[in-house]
Design a protein around this ligand. Structure first.
Ligand SMILES: Nc1ncnc2c1ncn2[C@@H]1O[C@H](COP(=O)(O)OP(=O)(O)O)[C@@H](O)[C@H]1O
Ligand SMILES: [Mg+2]
Length: 604
């Protein structure tokens, strides 16, 4: 175990002080709050001696040094002592004490057992004491930056506590959330050899951030066979993200189990037994079991049933359903689900190992880029993936810890229970509620805490709050943190980019910290943000527009482009360039697309 002083490169012995810090005195005590008087003038001379809100002040009380946070300061004209005409008075919240503070065995203890007395001496506390206060006594700590109070003291987060009880990163757009997430995931990858990370990257921002440590999946290279979708999810796909028509849904519920049974017949006794077993286990309802079937069998069943019908209206229902399924299966944007989905039989193990890095083989992380999926199907895909992550952990008794990070979490688990796709909400909520038992942890990221389901936020025991100006968002946070920490929240609207308030289990005390600067290549940025520098006059002509439309409509498939881009798609990450389209010379350089792919909200 490292101790805080070594990590900070601070010598435990106190060197000769450059300046004597100004000494103050306790004027009054009330509960765990104290009022302390300082000589006003000298207090403004020295940077480290400035007593202001958010700073820590120590009060010597016997063998202990009580540690308090300044909640307000003001000049006072109360003349306490002849000659001291002006003094500054500060209110402190006492948060804990450093026991044996002038001995090498000094350690910080949360909570107050000794109370200050009138006239006890007070002084601003230095790096050594801050190091003790924010130290985390465990081996797998993450060093995420430095304390606001002292740029030389590291800000540490306990990886165990942060993971086991989930965490959330909150803050308005552009304040450094994604960068903070990238930084913390780098630290987690370093500190936790046993952990795998699965990142739901809503804006295709993280593809380049983790180098060799992460595989990047997108519709181009993901294989997620349609039969791994459960009934609700596949209905959502077939009906393009809208609720299905009841009569068609009822037919599907009857026919899918038949298609599964038919497939098992071809595959021989092994899979027949599997289907049988699954049927028995699920009490006969085979619609939800992740066992393979073929779309051809499904269509054949529908066709056969339709053939037996006399009534024209009933035939129409079947006809519509068949057309619907055929349209989706032939849509190139859905190739990740339907292409070769049955070649090789039950590929679930391979698909699973690939997506969730089992075994990791040196690549413990998956960045799942969601911006390239048809927008109607993103919810279903997220639902399937989160459900698989949880179920695998459940059935493996948590043998392989997995962190699921969800950007834009308010989209999937909205506070408004009627918005979003129910199964997605359920898969993510299940991880939030029960994941810790099975080693599946959740990290949620959102710029709209007020729109995130409060039960998800209440499951997150470590919160990183970056700048936030919206009142509703601030109110949500206020209700989520302890009263003692609530004083810090006054700083929320004024935090700098890359600064945050950290609360909860993962940190020793609520703290204000500045995240470490990332290397430029590690900063998450969606490639669409780099679209400047286009020659607008010559580069964006008629041919350019036609080529974009071709991609949009999915016509560029025959040009060798595996998945044509959907309207809200962001381009792929540079590491896996698309095969050169036949129209390459039209200036369809991926850089150019960036301009088009900005959503209106993101445009300057
Ligand atoms: N820790 C950091 N290191 C380097 N740059 C940062 C850091 N935090 C924020 N930035 C800068 O701020 C910009 C916005 O940050 P970003 O993480 O994308 O914010 P958000 O996800 O909240 O919208 C980044 O593009 C980057 O230039
Ligand atoms: Mg972001």
């Amino acid at each position: 175990m490292q101790n805080a002083d070594e990590r900070n490169g601070i010598n435990s012995g106190e060197g000769p002080a450059r300046h004597e810090p100004p000494l103050g005195r306790v004027l009054s005590v009330r509960g765990s709050q104290a009022k302390v008087e300082f000589p006003a003038v000298s207090a403004f001379d020295l940077e480290e001696a400035r007593v202001t809100v958010g700073k820590f002040v120590g009060i010597t009380a016997g063998q202990s040094l009580l540690v308090g946070v300044v909640t307000d300061v003001a000049l006072t004209t109360e003349v306490v002592e002849a000659g001291a005409s002006f003094a500054a008075a500060a209110h402190l919240d006492i948060v804990g004490e450093i026991v044996d503070h002038d001995k090498p065995s000094a350690r910080f203890r949360r909570g107050v057992t000794t109370y200050p007395a009138i006239s006890d001496t007070a002084k601003p506390i230095g790096s050594r004491e801050l190091g003790l206060v924010f130290d985390i006594a465990e081996s797998d700590v993450l060093t995420v930056g430095t304390l606001h109070q002292d740029g030389t003291t590291g800000a540490f987060v306990s990886s165990n506590d942060m993971l086991n009880k989930h965490f959330a990163v909150l803050g308005s757009t552009g304040v450094g959330k994604s960068s903070a997430v990238a930084l913390m995931l780098h630290e987690l990858l370093r500190a936790r050899q046993d952990l795998r990370i699965f990142m739901l990257d809503a804006h295709n921002e993280y593809g380049h951030c983790f180098g060799e440590r992460a595989q990047v999946l997108s519709p181009r290279n993901l294989k997620l066979p349609f039969w791994m979708f459960n009934f609700e999810e596949i209905v959502d796909v077939f009906f393009g993200g809208r609720p299905g028509l009841q009569e068609e849904v009822d037919i599907l519920a009857e026919v899918i189990p038949l298609a599964k049974a038919a497939y098992a017949q071809y595959r021989g006794p092994g899979e027949r037994a599997l289907v049988k077993r699954m049927e028995i286990k699920s009490g006969g309802s085979a619609v939800d079991n992740p066992v393979p079937y073929r779309i051809a069998d499904l269509l054949a069943q529908l066709d056969a049933r339709m053939g037996k019908l006399e009534n024209r209206a009933s035939r129409m229902v079947y006809h519509r359903l068949i057309t619907r399924i055929e349209t989706i299966c032939n849509d190139q944007r859905y190739a990740f689900m339907f292409d070769n989905a049955n070649v090789g039989g039950d590929t679930m193990a391979e698909v699973f190992s690939e997506i969730f890095r089992l075994p990791p083989r040196g690549v413990p992380m998956t960045v799942m880029q969601l911006a390239g999926f048809p927008s109607e199907v993103v919810d279903a895909v997220v639902s399937v993936l989160c459900r698989l992550a949880f179920d695998f952990a459940l059935w493996s008794d948590g043998a392989a810890p997995l962190l699921v990070v969800c950007e834009e979490a308010h989209r999937y688990v909205a506070a408004d229970r009627n918005s979003g796709f129910g199964p997605t909400r359920r898969s993510i909520s299940r991880i939030a509620k029960e994941g810790r038992k099975y080693g599946v942890f959740l990290g949620v990221v959102t710029q709209r805490p007020a729109e995130l389901d409060p039960t998800i936020l209440s499951q997150c025991s470590t919160l990183f709050a970056l700048r936030m100006t919206n009142d509703r968002d601030q109110a949500i946070l206020r209700s989520a943190v302890s009263d003692a920490a609530a004083n810090l929240l006054a700083f929320l609207p004024s935090l700098a980019t890359g600064e945050c308030l950290a609360f909860g289990e993962g940190v020793a005390l609520p703290m204000r910290l500045r995240f470490r600067q990332l290397e430029p290549h590690q900063i998450p940025r969606s490639e669409m943000a780099r679209g400047s520098g286009i020659d607008v006059e010559n580069g964006l002509g008629h041919e350019f527009v036609t080529a974009v439309l071709d991609r949009w409509r999915g016509l560029s498939k025959q040009d060798g482009d595996p998945i044509p881009l959907a309207p809200r798609i962001a381009p792929e990450q540079p590491a896996a360039p698309a095969p050169a389209p036949a129209r390459a010379n039209l200036g369809l350089d991926p850089e150019r697309f960036k301009l088009l792919k900005k959503s209106p909200a993101e445009r300057p």
